[in-house]
Design a protein around this ligand. Structure first.
Ligand SMILES: C[S@@+](CC[C@H](N)C(=O)[O-])C[C@H]1O[C@@H](n2cnc3c(N)ncnc32)[C@H](O)[C@@H]1O
Length: 422
């Protein structure tokens, strides 16, 4: 379909200041601050998309829901929503964030858990066998305390309550482990003095309790407590969302070989027994460094050009990128299936550079959407606040590295918001 009125020359598009939220420090309002999550949406961005592109009765969907930013904002705006993510840790975090709990009930249970701390017997809990990776990341002392906390939380019968405390514990795992605190890569910090699990759990839960109350009170006031909101542990390439049922999709797909979500969430995944090995866990993530690497072709002309350039430089990278575009094609088809006529797909996506080849993911996605019959109605360019810019990765080792390394890539100081109508 020919595009009218929309500038599709991505390089010439000017940054839209009203989409940069420069003076907004970080909105950790509502339940947004329950758990750290890499490449998490800025809530203000989602809020603006909801206000600009959705109607009151629209069902809002996020195909890469992550820690549920879209769903939380949808609920605050009284929109029904549904999220999909392949990561069970994302599913858990989102469940806790979208289900406000009666503050009195929450306080009671919190007191009960805190009171059990007096019963803690280090000897008894230090013998617990979880996984050898847990022994790798935690000191014996902290492992025993976490095992104790986990056991006490699991005695909670009420599901939303249990999920709330599991998220609190999940969030503090990194602080209580030897994991290099400032890093998203799995790396031991030999000089780290991990925090005490009981102290961290108490402090973080207190903050969450405060946020839950604000969320609960706001939703009660607006009569949105019962607004439907659901997260499904599914693959974005084939969801169980009903055809033609969605008014707006608001999502940000994973970037190609950027964050390894499976690796990043391994502490929670091992403790909560979501996984027994990392290999299997990594498999279904889109954009992973560990993808199957079978593709060298794409239906998109632009994607094919990028792949051809990369093939001349590095075959493995070329295949990874081709694989990524193939996955994006499948996701775009799925988006088309679930959207109702005139519904909007709003995608936040950035470009990357590998081996001096610009991987124009946003342009490729736009081309894929058009080929499927979507009409591009707006392309917005925004600059990303400094602190949200992911660091540099070494393409050979997959590890984060210094800029001067010639195999490194600098990623997305700017990104695009594609608005496409079915
Ligand atoms: C950029 S993050 C989304 C973050 C989200 N916008 C938020 O605010 O938390 C991308 C997400 O895609 C998920 N993901 C990767 N492969 C997937 C797949 N095949 N199906 C569904 N989700 C997937 C990852 O687990 C990750 O949560």
């Amino acid at each position: 379909m020919a595009i009218q009125n929309v500038n599709t020359n991505f390089d010439s598009i000017k940054v839209s200041p009203e989409w940069c939220f420069k003076n907004v420090r970080s909105i950790e309002q509502w339940t947004h601050g329950y758990h750290r999550y890499p490449a998490k949406f800025l809530p203000n961005l989602v809020k603006k998309i909801i206000e600009d592109y959705t109607q009151k009765d629209d069902l809002v969907a996020d195909f890469f829901a992550g820690c549920g930013t879209t769903l939380v904002e949808a609920k605050v705006h009284g929109r029904k929503s549904i999220g999909v993510d392949i990561n069970p840790v994302a599913e858990l975090i989102t469940k806790a964030k979208i289900n406000p709990i009666d503050p009195k009930k929450l306080e009671r249970r919190f007191k009960f858990i805190l009171n059990t701390f007096d019963d803690f017997n280090a000897k008894e809990y230090s013998k617990i066998d979880v996984h050898d990776r847990i022994d790798y990341w935690f000191s014996k002392k902290n492992k025993a305390k976490i095992a104790f906390l986990y056991e006490k939380i699991l005695t909670t019968r009420d599901k939303p309550l249990k999920e709330f405390f599991l998220v609190a514990l999940s969030h503090i795992l990194k602080n209580c482990s030897m994991w290099l605190q400032s890093s998203t890569k799995p790396q031991i910090d030999p000089d780290k003095e991990p925090t005490d699990p009981f102290v961290s759990f108490k402090a973080h839960t207190k903050m969450m309790i405060k946020r839950n109350s604000e969320f609960f009170n706001q939703l009660s006031k607006d009569d949105f407590l019962k607004t439907e909101c659901e997260i499904r542990l599914e693959d974005a390439r084939r969801t169980s969302i009903r055809s033609n049922s969605v008014g707006a999709i608001i999502t940000s797909p994973p970037y190609v070989t950027s964050y390894e979500y499976a690796d990043i969430h391994q502490l929670t995944a091992y403790w909560y027994e979501y996984i027994t090995d990392l290999q299997g866990f990594r498999k279904n993530f889109i954009g992973t460094f560990y993808s199957l690497n079978q593709e060298t072709e794409s239906d998109s002309k632009l994607a094919q050009e990028i792949i051809a350039k990369l093939l001349k430089k590095d075959k493995r990278t070329a295949k990874e990128v081709a694989n990524y575009f193939k996955d994006m094609q499948a996701v775009a088809e799925e988006m088309h299936r679930v959207l109702r006529k005139d519904g909007h797909a709003c995608l936040v996506i950035g470009n990357t550079t590998f081996k001096n080849v610009k991987v124009k993911s946003a342009e490729v996605f736009a081309e894929i959407l058009e080929a499927l019959g979507f009409e591009l109605v707006e392309i917005i360019k925004r600059s990303i606040p400094h602190k949200l810019i992911p660091t540099i990765r070494d393409k050979k080792s997959g590890r984060f590295s210094k800029l001067k390394n010639k195999d490194s890539k600098l990623v997305y100081p700017e990104e695009y918001i594609l608005i496409a109508k079915k």
